[in-house]
Design a protein around this ligand. Structure first.
Ligand code: SAH
Length: 266
């Protein structure tokens, strides 16, 4: 994985150019390359070696701040095959699935790789992430997104397979699902999550959520079955205007979490 501790911008780093109006433009630094924007340019070599957060001027005089994107900012700008899960839900997924350094995590599907990057960071180099995905084109794009942000990851495995047909390589500590019919994974999850392990799925509708909750109950192997959603409301704080923002993202999806046990108490 790329080292992120240093504040010196390096070849291969993904950077955002931030305009005065708060717009962001994403680039990857390549020695010898030229960064073009709105008819102006700056050689990458004038940015490589500078500090994260530095101010630069392009050839026409426009000024920008150069910043390495946070994961949440990167996700918003990365090329997408499938719809991604955004930071507000990823934060909750990481804590409620209790992704710890060293965890063996299974996810499906990989989509655009937003959750994968987050799981890889959470599980760390001592952990591992296995991603099941049926669409090779999505997987390819996701793997590029992951590599661009994290660099080489030796602890990530992609399996081009339909997870509804089964899971081969358990047991896992955690299973994280973002696909349309997670209830079809429940029987395989029973055999492939270790005792005390966690099953988590993200679903856009409550009809799907009810179905997965019922199948978790029927399996008679899970307890603490719990469904939540995340609402984040931004605030405007500017002089006397101190109020919530008028608009918010009201709905993305429902997160259902369950804990694998020998048998739930009835
Ligand atoms: N969490 C991802 C987005 C996942 S979108 C992200 O944040 O980037 C859902 C993905 O699940 C799609 O890529 C789809 O191809 C995949 N998928 C759907 N059904 C599947 C199945 N049965 N087995 C494996 N992958 C599946």
């Amino acid at each position: 994985m790329k080292e992120r501790g240093s504040d010196i911008l390096k070849e291969g780093d993904v950077i955002h150019l931030l305009s005065r109006k708060g717009r962001r433009y994403q680039f990857q630094l390549r020695s010898g390359g030229k960064l073009h924007h709105s008819g102006e340019f700056i050689p990458h070599d004038e940015i490589i070696g500078k500090r994260d957060g530095t101010l630069v001027a392009l050839s026409g005089g426009s000024r920008f701040i150069v910043l390495r994107p946070t994961l949440a900012e990167y996700i918003l700008k990365m090329p997408r095959g499938a719809q991604v899960i955004y930071a507000k839900d990823i934060g909750v997924i990481l804590t409620y699935a209790d992704i710890f350094p060293g965890a063996r995590v299974l996810e499906a599907g990989i989509g655009s790789g937003a959750v994968t990057i987050s799981l890889l960071r959470g599980a760390g180099e001592k952990g591992s992430v296995t991603s099941y995905e049926i669409r090779e084109d999505f997987a390819e794009k996701a793997m590029e997104n992951i590599k661009r942000y994290l660099g080489e990851t030796g602890n990530h495995r992609l399996i081009n397979k339909d997870i509804y047909d089964g899971i081969d390589d358990g047991p896992f500590d955690r299973i994280v699902l973002d696909l349309p019919e997670p209830w079809r994974v429940v029987p395989h999850a029973v055999d492939n999550i270790r005792g005390g392990g966690i099953f988590l799925c993200f679903l856009p509708t409550i009809i799907q959520t009810v179905k997965v909750v019922e199948s978790l109950r029927e399996s008679d192997c899970f307890t603490f079955i719990n469904t939540i959603e995340t609402l984040i409301r931004h605030w405007n704080i500017d002089g006397r205007s101190v109020r919530p923002e008028h608009r918010m993202v009201a709905h993305t999806g429902f997160i259902t979490i369950a804990r694998r046990v020998e048998k739930p108490l009835s």
